[in-house]
Design a protein around this ligand. Structure first.
Ligand SMILES: [Ca+2]
Ligand SMILES: [Ca+2]
Ligand SMILES: [Ca+2]
Ligand SMILES: [Ca+2]
Length: 188
């Protein structure tokens, strides 16, 4: 599914005004970075400087993050996490999956059976190659992360094509358990 998202900065002047003005907009990322549309965005502090950074995925199979410098994402060139490794990354979110204090990234791609991957944050703005979490969920959609069993690691919830809610339990980032359906549509 091709969703067009235009990234715009909705504050008139972040450094000068505390009140948000939604009338003006500034393009944060121009089309020289992405020849196709942006699929999804996420916000997380990837380099632990207390400024939340911007992560985007694009229809031409890129995952890129932009450092937030004093409220502005335009100071630095893009930081490439992945190009052409994930076929149509359609959803992305951040969570610290291996409990090392660095926000990792979880990506769902758009294929006949959707795959879920994570990229380990290695520090200094670098990320690992993609690591497969699941290739067996048909219709995986958005992701939510929560330590659902309260064992200290962040687990993954997603939706499936059979109107089910699916849990993937985390073994502290070392591995992930097979997806389990925790809610069917007929339970309501
Ligand atoms: Ca940051
Ligand atoms: Ca981590
Ligand atoms: Ca857990
Ligand atoms: Ca666990």
């Amino acid at each position: 599914m091709k969703i067009k998202l235009t990234l715009i900065f909705l504050m008139s002047n972040l450094l000068s005004f505390s009140q948000i003005n939604f009338e003006n907009k500034i393009t944060l990322i121009d089309d020289t970075h992405n020849t196709y549309d942006i699929n999804a965005i996420a916000i997380a502090d990837l380099d632990n400087d207390n400024w939340k950074d911007l992560i985007i995925t694009s229809y031409d199979d890129k995952i890129i993050w932009y450092k937030n410098v004093n409220g502005d994402f335009r100071h630095f060139q893009r930081n490439i996490i992945s190009i052409n490794q994930i076929d149509i990354p359609k959803y992305i979110t951040a969570a610290d999956l291996n409990n090392d204090g660095l926000q990792d990234l979880i990506v769902v791609n758009d294929s006949s059976v959707d795959n879920i991957f994570w990229f380990q944050n290695l520090g200094n703005g670098d990320f690992s190659s993609e690591i497969l979490i699941s290739d067996s969920i048909n219709g995986a959609s958005s992701i939510e992360t929560i330590d659902i069993d309260n064992d200290g690691d962040i687990d993954i919830l997603t939706g499936g094509a059979t109107q089910a809610v699916i849990l993937i339990e985390n073994n502290n980032g070392d591995s992930f358990q097979a997806p389990q359906i925790i809610l069917w549509e007929f339970f309501y």
